[in-house]
Design a protein around this ligand. Structure first.
Ligand code: GDP
Ligand code: IMO
Ligand code: MG
Length: 423
């Protein structure tokens, strides 16, 4: 059985935690898009591990593939490998990288820094990891791929095209070619033909977990463009990003928090500007796992989530961080958008529309504590009502309800159990 785990909002929903819980049932975990803009957190036995470029499966000792659809900056990949080694993980044994993944160069980071500064108020608020410029060069057919790092002449030619065509105003650093070759030398033992590897697993009937990064509302096609990342972070990215036919994807699990966050610029209709937003940020530890930036916080937006469910065809949902809403007198959810006084029938991804929508909320009474609960019938009835409303609104069954950061703090619903049994 092959499963995609995809962010349903603006990222940081808790994908890392759910992937870590699911990993034992899978044989291969694949990152198919994005790069080190991601920060996926696993909390096990009181320690916290944050994955950026490497699939979360590695924490549990599963073969982990960085596939062709990703963009990789080797220096930070090496640092991440080192951190995992220090945590006792056998990185070399489990990590593989596709030769056709693209390389992020120092010039990409520099170009992004300049672009964000030039835009000023109109900046995207990127992670400044060079992700956008690396994808620009991929689609501009002048990118450098991981496998190219093994070939001096290929690199010489590609660098000369890149710098004459795109970065003619910048001078290439003198040692760049040697640096790239040394990256290639270090990565060589990990390099594989990614699509062949994934397809051989499919052929043998093994289970693959596709690990989405970012979230659907940051998807370059379906998100709040241009305030998005530069890849298909919804389930749409899987086939092209990993080299497998869409025919082989059995399920898509959407990950969403019981509230919403967004880091970086862009429209956010249910953003809370007052005290409740600060309280969610503090209680939920809503600070970027990659950049440390405070995340903007808001109420759950069911209009946006419904859109995300449609785009991804969610089979199931994992709803995260219920405990963060503990102790609120009331909790709110956005259930409808009005635009120029008229009800909208679906989520309008364009910022110039989103900025002007009026959100209609539904309020629910709060509850005391859900922290660490592991059974549905242990939840306060107010929390249960809130959960049921969300599930019925979205028409997608809830498989997991998360009640704390650690691996054990989770409720698996009967539908979730049924899915796990099928693995
Ligand atoms: P990802 O990018 O989707 O993997 O999510 P992040 O790791 O960036 O952010 C999620 C944060 O919430 C991490 O710090 C997790 O440890 C934490 N977390 C995950 N699930 C829960 C939960 O149910 N309750 C609480 N309080 N924290 C959670
Ligand atoms: P995970 O996988 C939250 C956001 C950035 C910015 C926009 C574009 O941890 O959920 P980029 O650097 O990708 O060009 O920035 O996307 N962003 C994320 N926000 N979680 C992420 O990843 C993100 N990756 C990128 O903040 O708004
Ligand atoms: Mg994250």
């Amino acid at each position: 059985m092959n499963l995609a785990v995809v962010g349903a909002q603006w990222g940081d929903e808790g994908k890392g935690k759910i992937i870590d819980i699911l990993t034992p049932g899978f044989d291969l975990v694949v990152r198919y898009q994005g790069g080190e803009n991601a920060g996926h957190t696993v909390v096990e036995g009181g320690r916290k591990i944050i994955l950026h470029t490497i699939p979360t499966g590695i924490v549990r000792g599963k073969l982990s593939l960085i596939a062709n659809g990703t963009v990789v900056y080797p220096p930070t990949l090496f640092r991440e490998m080192e951190e995992l080694r220090a945590a006792g993980i056998e990185v070399e044994k489990y990590l593989r990288i596709s030769k056709t993944a693209h390389v992020v160069l120092p010039i990409h980071r520099e170009a992004e820094r300049r672009s964000e500064e030039r835009r000023g108020e109109k900046r995207i608020g990127t992670t400044r990891k060079g992700i956008g410029p690396a994808y620009e060069d991929k689609y501009g057919r002048r990118g450098i791929r991981v496998g190219d790092l093994l070939h001096r002449e290929v690199l010489e030619e590609k660098l000369s095209i890149l710098f004459s065509e795109k970065y003619s105003e910048m001078t290439p650093p003198r040692d760049l070619l040697e640096t790239l070759l040394s990256w290639g030398n270090s990565l060589a033992p990990l390099m594989v033909d990614g699509p062949s590897l994934a397809n051989s697993y499919l052929k043998e009937g093994k289970n693959i977990l596709f690990e989405g990064a970012q979230g659907t509302l940051l998807d370059v096609d379906f998100g709040t463009y241009p305030y998005v990342t530069s890849s298909n972070s919804s389930a749409a990215g899987i086939s092209g990003g990993a080299g497998i036919s869409p025919r082989f994807l059995d399920h898509v699990l959407g990950i969403a928090k019981f509230y919403a966050t967004r880091v970086g610029e862009g429209p956010f209709p249910t953003e809370i500007r007052g005290e409740a937003g600060v309280r969610i940020r503090e209680k939920g530890g809503e600070f970027g796992a990659t950049t440390g930036r405070p995340r903007r916080c808001g109420w759950l937006d069911l209009v946006a989530l419904k859109y995300s469910a449609v785009i991804n065809g969610f089979s199931g949902l994992a709803l995260m961080k219920l405990d963060v809403l503990d102790g609120f007198e009331k909790v709110r959810v956005g259930v409808e958008y009005l635009y120029k006084g008229e009800k909208l029938n679906s989520f309008p991804p364009d910022p110039y529309v989103l900025r002007e929508v009026e959100v209609i909320y539904r309020d629910f009474p709060g509850w005391d504590s859900t922290r660490g609960k592991r059974q549905m019938d242990e939840l306060p009835k107010e929390a249960l009502n809130f959960l049921k409303f969300i599930e019925e609104f979205l028409e997608v069954p809830v498989w997991f309800v998360s009640t704390g950061p650690s691996r054990e703090e989770v409720i698996i619903t009967p539908e979730g159990e049924r899915f796990l049994k099928g693995l």
